[in-house]
Design a protein around this ligand. Structure first.
Ligand code: HEM
Length: 520
């Protein structure tokens, strides 16, 4: 009996605690202005403790765009203990990637992202700082320098020609466009990393790229999957959804492919005589990275794990984005026959029917360039870019964004905003032909950001642009394409860090050029 008052006390204590916690949660999630700072932006309240987590839908970019119609260009929600703020307008984008770029140049990396990159040792996930600056500089000004890219042209040409030959053997049959682009892009990337001899040697033993493609797709899907461990760090060690375990397994599978290649390449390079390497204009990426590994004394050296992390950005990140866009462009063209006809007329005029595409033709293909740009507007490969994490509390759009917030720049919403674009949902490449706009890929115009903007803009842009145009121009100049009987183009998108078509695109080629030799 003596316990009864204690129980009552306990009950009262629990009730008070709940009231107290609810008040804290309410204060945290409400717009009550703090004494010294402007308030947080508005946004959906969600549930106590869990916040908006139970309401997340798989196609996050669609959902976040809908929410912007309800809450305006800047809004917030909580995912567990994590505050997320979404920016949906060019002027807010400018505040973040121009005016306060150094504050927002940090990534808000997920646990899966860190696992996939050995703790953020790559370029894309590494925190903003001297390590990121050094490896990004190495990547942009050495590996992807104009000189190196020019010197690697023969590799790109060789792989694209190989693809054209392969398609020619499948005339009249449906071809998986994504898979075709994958094999082409992967071979280009692998030969730029390890050298062309290496890829030729490997191809003799390889079955096909399908298995590796599945792996790459799963890898980027896993990076986008909402993970409870990210929002409740104290639960991370339980890995409740098994995401950490799955990411580790995927990384192992990728390593099983990359590690032997790296080891063989290291052996091949050390066997080569030094003067042979130095006398050559072109440098394989591995050669550049391994030279750096030996320069320990200048304090800028990289080790083998760092090399692997950087290679993953190129092999997984670079490939998945590029092939996704090849598939989207082909889908839009098959859905818009008038545009397809115009593209092929331009190819005929610029290249000629007795000729094959060279990279030197690409700058003259203005209409195809507009088609690619329009496709990237409607289907940006990374519709929310990479999440940013301000290094200090800052004001954006008149609201406070506290340090450590997950900040998403909703490029998808900006690219489809009717206040910015006329008929935003219509596929109209002509809007990119006007010379009065600066709608380039460098992120100079905040209404068009398919490669991001600011310090963390895509580091692979020069290669991406070349490869996209080269593959597409070659496929469209060499062949006419039609859908399999009775099929329509499905333009719905799937789920992942890189957003792909939800259904694979199959198309049937017929030769377009009169001379059979152009297919050899
Ligand atoms: C059509 C193809 C591509 C698209 C649409 C694309 C798009 C993007 C986007 C949107 C970002 C994030 C920018 C930000 O958060 O502000 C990014 C980052 C990055 N991309 Fe690409 N990309 C493509 C191809 C490539 C290729 C081919 C490579 C490598 C060869 C590459 C390497 C990178 C790297 C390393 C980063 C991280 C940059 C950093 O954090 O400093 N990308 N890309």
């Amino acid at each position: 009996m003596a316990l009864a008052p204690l129980n009552e006390l306990g009950l009262a204590g629990i009730t008070l605690s709940i009231v107290f916690l609810t008040i804290i949660w309410y204060k945290r999630t409400s717009n009550i202005p703090q004494k010294t700072e402007p308030r947080l932006p508005p946004g959906p309240r969600g549930l106590p403790i869990l916040g908006f987590l139970p309401f997340l839908r798989p196609n996050l970019h669609h959902q976040l765009t809908e929410l912007s119609q309800q809450y305006g260009p800047i809004y917030k929600f909580w995912l567990g203990s994590k505050l997320c703020i979404v920016l949906n307008s060019p002027s807010l984008a400018k505040e973040v990637v121009r005016d306060q770029d150094s504050v927002y140049a940090n990534r808000d990396s997920s646990i899966a992202g860190l696992l996939a990159t050995y703790g953020g040792l790559d370029i894309a996930f590494s925190p903003y700082g001297s390590y990121w600056r050094d490896i990004r500089k190495l990547f942009v000004s050495e590996m992807l320098s104009n000189r190196n890219l020019e010197a690697c042209y023969s590799l790109r040409k060789q792989e694209v020609r190989k693809t054209i030959r392969k398609v020619h053997t499948k005339i009249g049959y449906p071809i998986d466009i994504g898979e075709l682009a994958f094999v082409t892009e992967m071979n280009v990337v692998m030969s730029m990393i390890f050298g062309s001899n290496f890829v030729e040697e490997k191809e003799k033993h390889a079955k096909d790229g399908a298995e590796f493609r599945e792996l790459v797709i799963k890898f980027t899907q896993m990076l986008a999957k909402p993970n409870i461990s990210d929002f409740f760090p104290m639960l991370a060690r339980f890995d409740l959804q098994g995401i950490q375990k799955e990411m580790e397994a995927l990384l192992k599978s990728v390593e099983n492919i990359l590690d032997p290649a790296i080891n063989e390449c290291m052996k091949m390079l050390s066997d080569k005589r030094k003067d042979e390497i130095q006398g050559n204009d072109k440098k394989d990426f591995m050669q550049i990275l391994l030279e750096l590994m030996e320069q320990k004394n200048i304090g800028k050296s990289v080790d083998l794990v760092q090399i692997k992390a950087i290679l993953l950005d190129i092999v997984i990140g670079g490939t998945d984005t590029t092939i996704t866009m090849v598939e989207w462009v082909m889908a839009e063209l098959l859905n818009n026959p008038v545009v397809m006809t115009k593209v092929q007329k331009e190819l005929k005029d610029v290249i000629g029917m007795n000729n094959t595409v060279e990279e030197s033709h690409l700058p003259k293909l203005h209409y195809l360039d507009a088609v690619v740009k329009e496709t990237l507007r409607l289907h940006p490969a990374l519709p929310l870019l990479f999440p940013k994490r301000p290094s200090q509390s800052a004001i954006v759009g008149g609201y406070t964004i506290p340090e450590g917030t997950k900040v998403l720049l909703n490029v998808y919403a900006i690219h489809r905003d009717p206040q910015i674009w006329e008929n935003p949902l219509k596929f109209q490449p002509v809007r990119f032909l006007s010379h009065s706009t600066n709608l380039d890929y460098a992120g100079n115009n905040m209404k068009y950001l398919p490669f991001g903007s600011g310090r963390r803009v895509c580091a692979g842009l020069p290669l991406a642009e070349k490869m996209l145009m080269f593959i597409l121009a070659s496929l469209l100049h060499s062949f006419d394409w039609k859908l399999p009987e009775g099929e329509n183009v499905d333009l719905s998108d799937g789920f992942g860090l890189v957003v792909k078509k939800s259904k694979r695109l199959f198309a049937i080629p017929t030769p377009r050029l009169p001379n059979l030799e152009l297919y050899q």
